[in-house]
Design a protein around this ligand. Structure first.
Ligand code: MEV
Length: 408
């Protein structure tokens, strides 16, 4: 039998027969996961961390973040806390839709102008097939046409309402492509699929009095760092990685598609022709003013969002009735919070101070030791600045010897 047709237990047997040791997994959990994906054999768990006070457009949110990088949650809390003291983030989202693309092969003498008059009818007809989407406020918004030699490019803007909308957009495009094939001069459909080109752009701003970040010198360094990120792709990509640390963590927590957002942000960062920072910081009237614009093709319904209990819990933390636009504002604000915290650390004590603490934490987590022993080993690693696995083992041996000696 084909591997994908086997039960998850049988797939696990297959691996175990190769001598691969697999971790125990609850059979109900395994079967639930099997419904979510293909060829499932197990699970990978990640922690959910919390940002406590994210103030966006005057509303306070608690934001779950899913990441294995502890410094990301710490940085988001730090940045969000500073901005909350400064009155919070202001954010707005332009959510007019996501793009889909149909490409048809046409006859050499095809006249694209003949199609233009048909577009309003085509939009109306297509929307009539997607009544549920239209009733939720979505639907096809506009169609743009371009002919290059024997190829007709059809760009379709679809408002997915509160959903990410990938499946819906693809269904709409396929239907439209079938319709288009009936026009004279159109030979065949080459493809009809959504485009991950940037759309649904969210912009977030923060204005932080300089005394909240340690004064004018630090503010000037942050502005300089930001300028370097505008000019130098090598710094820009690192700056943007810090932003995506926060963005991806909230996308994962809310069951959104990290790959779609990452792909769109990469293009967005290159929109001038040179890869540049997604964020910008400048000094204005004794305030450090930051701005971040990013495409966020996200949703709060649909896909696997409704069926995943772990994701539903995160929506309860965010606020059950959260709209896609609010969530986009929150995600962008977290991105800017992470960015502020990173720039602040880099321009003051350096990034390593915090990171090495986390490195120490990772080392003790992997030790086969009690909680009390781990606490002591953690402190020894920090005090001795020895951040290796072997040093962790050595410290554990030492404290066990000391404990044994004091007992005897
Ligand atoms: C590390 O995960 C992210 C940073 O490198 C971002 C930055 O340099 O701006 C700290």
């Amino acid at each position: 039998m084909k591997f994908y047709k086997l039960s998850p237990e049988k797939r696990r047997d297959f691996l175990q027969k190769q001598g691969i040791k697999l971790d125990q997994i609850d059979s109900q959990v395994l079967h639930n996961l099997d419904l979510l994906s293909e060829n499932v054999i197990g699970q990978l768990r990640l922690p959910v961390g919390l940002v406590q006070d994210l103030l966006v457009n005057g509303q306070n949110y608690q934001v779950p973040m899913v990441t294995e990088e502890a410094s990301v949650v710490a940085a988001a809390n730090n940045g969000a806390g500073i901005v909350a003291k400064a009155g919070g983030f202001t954010a707005s989202s332009q959510r007019d839709g996501i793009w889909g693309q149909i490409v048809m092969q046409v006859a050499e003498n095809f006249e694209v102008s003949h199609l233009h008059d048909m577009l309003p009818v085509m939009i109306k007809k297509t929307n009539s097939h997607f009544a549920s989407l239209v009733s939720h406020g979505g639907g096809v918004r506009k169609i743009e046409l371009k002919q290059i030699n024997d190829l007709l490019y059809v760009k379709v803007l679809v408002d997915p309402a509160e959903a990410m909308g990938a499946n819906k957009v693809n269904s709409i495009l396929e239907l439209m492509a079938d319709e288009l094939e009936n026009f004279s001069g159109i030979k065949q459909k080459l493809f009809a699929i959504l485009s991950n080109y940037p759309s649904q752009v969210t912009t977030v701003r923060a204005a932080v009095p300089i005394d909240l970040i340690g004064g004018i010198e630090t503010a000037r360094k942050i502005v300089l760092l930001s300028r370097i990120g505008q000019d130098d792709p090598m710094r820009a990509v690192t700056n943007n990685k810090g932003i995506m640390n926060g963005v991806d963590a909230v996308l994962l927590a809310t069951g959104n598609d990290t790959r779609a957002v990452e792909a769109a942000c990469g293009v967005f960062a290159s929109k001038t022709g040179t890869y540049t920072s997604l964020s910008e910081w400048r000094l204005e009237n004794e305030k450090l003013v930051g701005k971040l614009s990013i495409p966020l093709p996200i949703g709060t319904v649909g896909g696997s969002i409704n069926s995943r209990k772990d994701v539903r819990q995160n929506y309860r933390i965010l606020g059950e009735k959260i709209a896609a636009e609010q969530l986009a504002n929150i995600i962008a604000a977290i991105g800017l919070a992470n960015n502020l915290a990173a720039l602040l650390a880099i321009s003051t004590k350096g990034i390593q101070a915090g990171h090495m603490k986390l490195q120490a934490r990772n080392i003790v987590t992997s030790l086969d030791a009690t909680a009390a022993e781990k606490k002591v080993v953690f402190q020894k690693i920090i005090n001795n600045k020895k951040y290796s696995q072997s040093a962790g083992q050595e410290f554990l041996r030492e404290i066990r010897e000391e404990n044994n000696a004091s007992r005897n």
